[in-house]
Write a protein that binds this ligand. Structure first.
Ligand code: SAM
Length: 229
């Protein structure tokens, strides 16, 4: 097998054994995302910049650029590229926003948000995933990612308010602490519904009131905690 070793667009070195250059695989993935309707150029650029295969366990690495969720251990999974790109687009992020992510998992979504220029506070309830993602994110060239271990349904009162909140696990309802910690004018994106299927909900806080939109049907692992399952 041909071995590739080179730098990504974001300057990270990839000591890899891929048949095809991962950069090429990412470019192909981005073309597919465009064909699927992702149109925000900044999101597409971020998806091209983050080396997704580094967030996948070695044995499954070859599947990294397929449009499918992949197990990351502890019964959890990394979302498929389309869902990561869609949620990043729906979140309407821009440089400098403070974003809370509930459900760090592999750390990939957090890296994409950081590549978009956000300061990311990401919280994970499972220690093993928290440790793995923290170590990996520390090696990434993106600044401004802060990882925490705990129940994200409680939000992070010490760091609140947030301009954006993204929940990457499915909840029976929107946790009230997250709504409380959303800044005026902010957006909260969360999969809500009964198992196994949810709808992606986008909530906006305007003049103290919450406006909600029901978007795409999705399937996420459970959001487990005081204000989740
Ligand atoms: N965003 C992740 C990524 O890029 O890899 C994928 C997230 S995975 C679909 C959902 C994650 O949410 C799992 O790692 C799970 O342990 C975590 N989770 C579930 N309930 C949680 C809670 N109350 N607080 C924090 N994390 C939680």
């Amino acid at each position: 097998m041909q071995a590739y070793k080179y730098s990504t667009e974001c300057g990270h070195t990839e000591p890899q054994t891929f048949r095809v250059d991962p950069k090429r695989l990412r470019r192909r993935m981005v073309s597919q995302l465009e064909a699927q309707g992702i149109s925000d150029p900044n999101v597409l650029k971020a998806m091209a910049a983050v080396p997704r295969h580094l967030f996948i366990q070695d044995a499954l690495e070859a599947q990294a650029y397929q449009d499918a969720p992949i197990p990351i251990g502890c019964g959890q999974s990394i979302s498929q590229p389309y869902i990561v790109a869609l949620m990043s687009e729906l979140l309407e992020v821009r440089q400098g926003l403070r974003v809370l992510e509930v459900g760090t998992g592999s750390g990939y979504q957090a890296a994409v948000l950081a590549a978009l220029g956000c300061t990311v506070f990401t919280i994970e309830r499972l220690r093993e995933l928290y440790l793995n993602a923290s170590a990996l994110l520390r090696q990434m060239p993106f600044r401004g990612i802060y990882t925490y271990l705990g129940d994200g349904t409680l939000g992070m009162p010490d760091a609140a308010p947030f301009e954006r909140i993204i929940v990457t696990a499915g909840s029976p309802e929107t946790p009230q602490p997250l709504l409380d910690q959303l800044e005026e004018g902010g957006i909260l994106l969360i999969p809500v519904g009964m198992r196994p299927r949810q709808y992606l909900m986008r909530l906006r806080k305007r003049q103290g009131r919450v406006e909600s939109e029901t978007l795409e049907p999705v399937i996420f692992v459970d959001l487990i905690g005081d204000h989740g399952w």
